[in-house]
Design a protein around this ligand. Sequence first.
Ligand code: ACM
Length: 264
Amino acid sequence: MRIGYIQTDPVFGDKERNFQRVMEIVDVEAVKADLIVLPELFATGYAFTSRLEAHDLGELPGEETTRFLCRLSRETGAAVAAGFVEVECEQWFNAAMLVDGDRVINTYRKIHLFNKEKMWFAPGDKPFAVHPVRGARVGLMVCYDWMFPEAARSLAMLGADVIAHPANLVMPYCQKAMVTRCLENRVFAVTANRIGTEARGEDKFTFTGGSQITSFNGGVLSSAPTDRVHASFVDIDPHAARDKKINEYNDVISDRRPGLYTTG
Ligand code: ACM
């Protein structure tokens, strides 16, 4: 299985430009991949200043961002995971969508909102889920979900081989944390980050690039520059993520002692 990311430089509010940019960064016809991950909110940009902006840029699955992602999927032959603003019943979510060809496989609504996202978006209201993609099992989480071990663990417990992780990272910790998330769950992850700065309203966010593909054994298979758009693809064996043993005696899932943990 060939998995990868496209690290982009979105401009706030300019979806057409941001779609176009994806097509400039990769030679779509030359891409050979099974799964491509794009950043969180890759079409809209990140630094909202009001709910109205989120509402204006929000979409139902099936609208323009879906059409673009399905086109990218058809032209590359890969399933595509990417962030977007999802609207449902007068609620707006910081969401990610997984598409394959003309089909929306699922949307995931970011469960752990970061910073002022709490002012613009409703927190995710659906449980984590895992989906079959080309013989592998793919789960979605979005950016700051990395801070919560429960997110990657939930996906691993559901049987994920690969975590597709659209991101708009502004702190320098996630890439290192993903090494631990992948190691402790023995899963692969594709963290697709963005670059650039957005200064809007009272806020200024500088995004840290460094998109990363992390292996089930904690190895870093690809690491993007911090200041340039970039795309990278690597071959993996997703079935390697199904063996949770690290030696003859230890299995990172069955060794857990949930009866002795404090939860909730
Ligand atoms: C983030 O969750 N976008 C930092």
